[in-house]
Design a protein around this ligand. Structure first.
Ligand code: PGA
Length: 260
């Protein structure tokens, strides 16, 4: 059975006080959540990871970094290594987010190196892929996904499929208020899972959670998560509001109770 994951990508939002207050609020509002196979994650900025960890201590909410260096250590000013994250018991790191691909020219090869670093330190990568509007309109969605998957997984071996999470994030839906329809999203997710089956085998493909990201919010979350191959969300804007984030966690719980 796959886990449903509700993950908040805070991007460059929330300072130290806001992070601590928000985490304390989530901890208390989600304290009675018992669902097995549900993972709840928040991803604050690097510098605030210890603040979030501290405020969430004793809760089931986990913490993710938003990136990691592809290098192990050394003269890389401004970078943060997987070992540093592991030393803070950070369990996840987002890699290959489209904003990093766009503003920092990150390639699939670089993302692959980051994935490798994280796996070496038992940190779960949340690996983002997705097409731009121009690529979708040119009918290239599947070709783009295929080349991102092939590049990001080049030389990577997996044991169970639970040690890595994929987030399908159509670039045109991120922060735009335009959500992919549940059919469009399901189609992409099914394509990704099928590709995983070919590359890693049926068991790993069946175990891996594939999240949708791009203007997910309480109003569309239920329909998206009810799709066969959509196992939760990587949520930006709506994850910054406690009411919305908590509502989406409850949507995840109810999807599990309906046998997802
Ligand atoms: P959004 O961002 O929910 O604000 O569209 C999602 C993401 O970039 O991960």
């Amino acid at each position: 059975m796959r886990d449903i994951i509700i993950a908040g990508n805070w991007k460059m939002n929330k300072d130290a006080l806001q992070t601590a207050e928000f985490c304390r609020e989530l901890k208390s509002r989600l304290s009675d959540v018992k669902a097995e196979h549900l993972r709840v994650i928040v991803a604050p900025a690097f510098v605030l990871l210890p603040v979030a960890k501290g405020a969430l201590e004793g809760s089931r909410i986990e913490v993710s970094a938003q990136d990691v260096s592809s290098q192990a250590q050394g003269a890389f000013t401004g970078e943060v290594s997987a070992q540093m994250l592991a030393s803070l018991q950070v369990a996840y790191a987002i890699v290959g987010h489209s904003e990093r691909r766009q503003y920092h020219a990150e390639s699939n090869e670089l993302v692959r190196d980051k994935v490798q670093m994280l796996l070496q330190h038992q940190i779960t990568p949340i690996m983002c892929i997705g097409e731009t509007l121009a690529e979708r309109e040119a009918g290239e969605t599947e070709a783009v996904l295929e080349s991102q998957l092939a590049g990001c997984f080049d030389g990577i071996e997996l044991q169970t499929g639970k040690e890595l999470v994929i987030a399908y994030e159509p670039v045109w839906a991120i922060g735009t208020g335009k959500t992919a329809t549940s059919d469009q999203a399901q189609q992409a997710h099914a394509f990704i899972r099928n590709w995983l089956r070919g590359r890693f085998g049926a068991e790993i493909a069946a175990n891996m959670s594939i999240l949708y990201g791009g203007s997910m919010k309480p109003e569309n979350c239920e329909e998206l998560i009810s799709q066969a191959d959509i196992d939760g969300g990587l949520i930006g804007g709506a994850s910054l509001k406690a009411d919305d984030f908590v509502a989406m966690v409850h949507t995840g719980i109810s999807a599990l109770s309906k046998g997802k």
